[in-house]
Design a protein around this ligand. Structure first.
Ligand SMILES: *Cc1c(COP(=O)(O)O)cnc(C)c1O
Length: 418
């Protein structure tokens, strides 16, 4: 057998048929054995938290909505309504980490995309002689004019491009976002209104990322935000774990070996859920179990981990289409960086149908007043699937990470409810 057919044989038949599947990751090992050997360390994540803290005065000045939190970007942790809890079919505590309503961008990309732009701004500022902690001055006109000589590029299905483009333009950088043909028109228009150069490509998200990478290589004084391998994105996302730990403490919720918490994270290329998972594992080890959620036609991380993290494979190789209403999750190939780090940490991956996602979009709006995009609503279906599966009786807390939606335009949201 060829290496590819060997690898495909490890992908469950139901996944290859495009059916909803709960897949358990065979590579997972006790956290205590693996945390120290990972290529992104606890020290890396602590450094990311320091950068966020250093950037807070700057963020509060760039984005007035952050004045209330003194420049901190975080979302509320809330319980689900009794109606939704009943529909999920579990008697355990169900909480929602509401990144769909994250300030500035209304999606989880604020944690990674904005972080990487801040990191780059500090690098540029340092090269021009600024190394202070009064970072609010970097919002001055004088700095905006200096940043205008530099360009930030990214390839995106929409939300990453929005977060990167918004932060880059707010600082005065030139910004260029490469998008796939399937990216939503309103997302392109929103970027153009920010003064971002939008470049459209035939083909999928992977094509757009490759084009942006090539363009960056020939653009002087530029930085490419590489969704497929960026460590900056990864640690920016990972820093979320500390904020969550504090919120859980304040809510009086214990997470330990006797009270495990299972977390449902929608996965596209794997950077956002991978970074968050790493951060959570650093805080709670095996007391936290992380489950990625992917569309039935785009299970890029599932096929990558099933094949083995060292054998590059796409959902097309597995006979799937990468066609889904969840545009934030429509990635044919997983990030290799994320796959390597997730292999020993991740509990598993659940795949969900578009119909199930759309049903949750409607229910969460009607019964819980939450405005979610399908990518985020997918996590509820995974929670419902887990509630009925083995081992779920041990879970004390289910945590659903809603990754985007609050900033969907009214007409777009209305059409999802149809
Ligand atoms: C980007 C995104 C995800 C997944 O993040 P990846 O880093 O691509 O795995 C999930 N939900 C929404 C709404 C997103 O925009």
């Amino acid at each position: 057998m060829s290496a590819l057919s060997d690898a495909l044989a490890r992908v469950p038949p139901s996944v290859r048929r495009g059916e909803p599947t709960v897949w358990t990751n065979p590579h997972r090992r006790p956290a205590g054995e693996v945390m120290d050997g990972l290529e992104v360390s606890t020290a890396d994540v602590s450094e990311a938290r320091r950068l966020w803290a250093r950037a807070a005065p700057l963020l509060a000045r760039l984005f007035p909505e952050l004045e209330a939190t003194a420049g901190r970007i975080d979302s509320a942790l809330v319980p689900v309504s009794p109606t939704i809890a009943a529909q999920l079919g579990t008697g355990a505590t169900v909480l929602v980490k509401t990144d769909h309503a994250l300030p500035v961008t209304g999606c989880i990309k604020a944690r990674g995309g904005i972080f990487e732009v801040l990191w780059y701004a500090f690098e540029v500022a340092r090269s021009l002689g600024f190394d202070g902690d009064d970072t609010a001055v970097l919002a001055n006109a004088e700095w905006q004019a200096r940043f205008a000589d530099f360009t930030v590029l990214v390839g995106s299905t929409g939300n990453l491009g929005f977060s990167v483009g918004l932060a880059a333009r707010a600082l005065g950088f030139a910004a260029e976002v490469h998008m796939s043909a399937d990216a939503k028109l309103w997302k392109k228009d929103r970027l153009r209104r920010l003064g971002v150069r939008v470049v459209e490509h035939e083909g999928d998200y992977t094509t757009a990322v490759a084009a942006a990478r090539a363009e960056a290589a020939s653009t002087p004084r530029s930085h490419f935000v590489d969704d497929e391998s960026s460590r900056h994105l990864f640690v920016g996302y990972a820093a979320a774990a500390d904020d969550l730990a504090q919120q859980l403490r304040e809510a009086g919720i214990v997470v330990d070996a006797a009270h495990p918490m299972q977390v449902y994270l929608p996965c596209g290329v794997g950077g956002a859920p991978g970074g968050v998972t790493l951060g959570l594992k650093q805080v709670w080890g095996d007391a936290v179990r992380c489950v990625f959620v992917e569309p039935v036609q785009s299970p890029s991380m599932l096929v990558q981990l099933a094949a083995g993290p060292g054998n590059p494979i796409s959902v097309y190789d597995a006979g799937l289409t990468n066609d889904t209403v969840a545009d934030g999750l429509a990635c044919a190939s997983a990030s290799a960086l994320s796959a390597r780090i997730m292999a020993p940490l991740l509990e598993g991956v659940s795949t969900v149908s578009d119909a199930a996602m759309l049903a949750w979009v409607r229910r969460l709006w009607t019964d819980n007043g939450m405005r979610l995009e399908p990518s985020a609503a997918a996590a509820f279906e995974a929670c419902a699937m887990a509630a009925g599966a083995a081992r779920s009786e041990q879970v004390a807390t289910h945590l659903i990470w809603t990754t985007g939606g609050a900033l969907l335009p009214d007409d777009v949201f209305a059409s999802l409810l149809q």
